[in-house]
Design a protein around this ligand. Sequence first.
Ligand code: C2O
Ligand code: CU
Length: 556
Amino acid sequence: MNKERRRILIRSATAAAATAVGLPASHARAGGEERAATDVDVHIELHAVQDSVAIRPGAQTRVWRYRGKLLRGDPDTLETSVDTYLGPIIRVHRGQRVRIDLINELPEPTIVHWHGLHVPEPMDGHPRYAIGPGARYVYEFTVVDRAGSYWYHPHPDGRTGKQVYFGLAGLFLVSDDEEAALDLPTGPQDLPLVLQDRTFGDDNQLTYLSQSPTGAPAGDSQNRGMTGGAMMGRGGMGGMMGGQGGMGQMMARMMGVLGDEILVNGRPDASLAVERRPYRLRLLNASNSRIYKLAWHDGVPLTAIGTDGGLLAAPLRRDYVMLAPAERVDLWVDFARWPAGSDLTLQSLPFKGGRGMNGMMGGMMGEMGESALPDGAAFPVLKLQVQHGGNDRPALPPRRLSQLPQPQPRLAVNYNRPKVFNITMGMMTWGINGRSFDMLGVTPLETVKLGTHEIWEFRNDGQTGMMGMAMAHAMHVHGLQFRVIWRSVAAASSRQQGTVKAGLLDEGWKDTVLVMPGERVRILLGFKDYPGLFLYHCHMLEHEDSGLMRNYLIKA
Ligand code: C2O
Ligand code: CU
């Protein structure tokens, strides 16, 4: 059979398979090298591969990772660092037309979601578009979003937590002219910092709910390292209950996996030399389930200049900043405010209320603790050494940053009747209004009209079933940026919330919002440009994978 004909046959077989699952045929293609597309500004081949990386002293750690290849575009578009499992940093300018070919070299299905970006439905990485091993998915979209720190990660049904944990995640940084006019720190002073937590078991290997990156079930000792560490504390009841398929597993799967080591940009014990001049720190919480309460060690306030969807109107000062899974915050800091030779620590402060249980299981689980590094514990995140030289006096951040209109709740078609989305727990699975994720399922409440605005209210104060679980959630809506317009704290939980509240950044554009136990949060969303089926869910990845995710449908 000649090559060309064979290629056509493979293509049409793929097209047929694609049509069978409702996939637009043009996006799923057979594997094999393709040449750079000439009708786009940027063309990247993104391979999801198995690899190993030296993370800790001793054996290399087996990981899954994205490897990028720039086929077309400015060489600065792709930044790969060698000593991390994180995906390459993709840098694009607003307005650029981008094509990215995902090539799945993993032993299981995957798909990529461009977190925070406003893209047409087939480009958004819904799990129904997941491709099998060896297959290719072609993304093509125009970057219409504001300058900001977006990111990308896998989104296959029920496997997102595992794939991210094994290493699949990367930053997608957008610049625009408004930002460029501001004279913000650039180059080495524009520092992306990706925060994650991991537990390393025997031989420096990762296991995730008894699965390993090799595909083989993890050994029992590794298994205990993971589940024991993540959920039950080591030894004691943890050993007993941490076995494969045991209570520890079940609880970790439900409440969320916490690692006991903090990694910054994929490195443990991260430390960095900085000059005495202004920096922009772009923080992304890419942890599966851990919440951070970020502060300087000496109590100097943080200066936030951006949130999920880009720059704020003006800098905001906070004694600490909460960062839930998938949230981003851009900090502006001039290290000239500390003397040369200082050692600084960006740390996570203790807080209460992230996970707690009352009811039947409460006492027992509470006593056993949950991790060597429990939720709400204090720990260092990043050490910084201030070098000699640089500027004498610290500068001030720009006074005005960006055009940021006040949210207009009156735009909402349901201004007087916010749609209520209760976070629920039934039969040991999470859900929204009692429903768990269902691939194509969508209710009338979850259906909206293209070209309208709505107000949604996430409620995390309801009955959470016999487990009596009270947990923080990080609610994320795909395909758009929203504004937080209201937040209420139930009286019963206000004391715990007191350790969190002052660190919330509800100003600015958001795609993910922390909803603490006892809270209700109202957001204003606008549905424009692209009709279709999108997701909204909790970004604690174990919650998402176990059902705390639903579709919403934008009807033309
Ligand atoms: Cu970053 Cu559906 O998520
Ligand atoms: Cu959640």
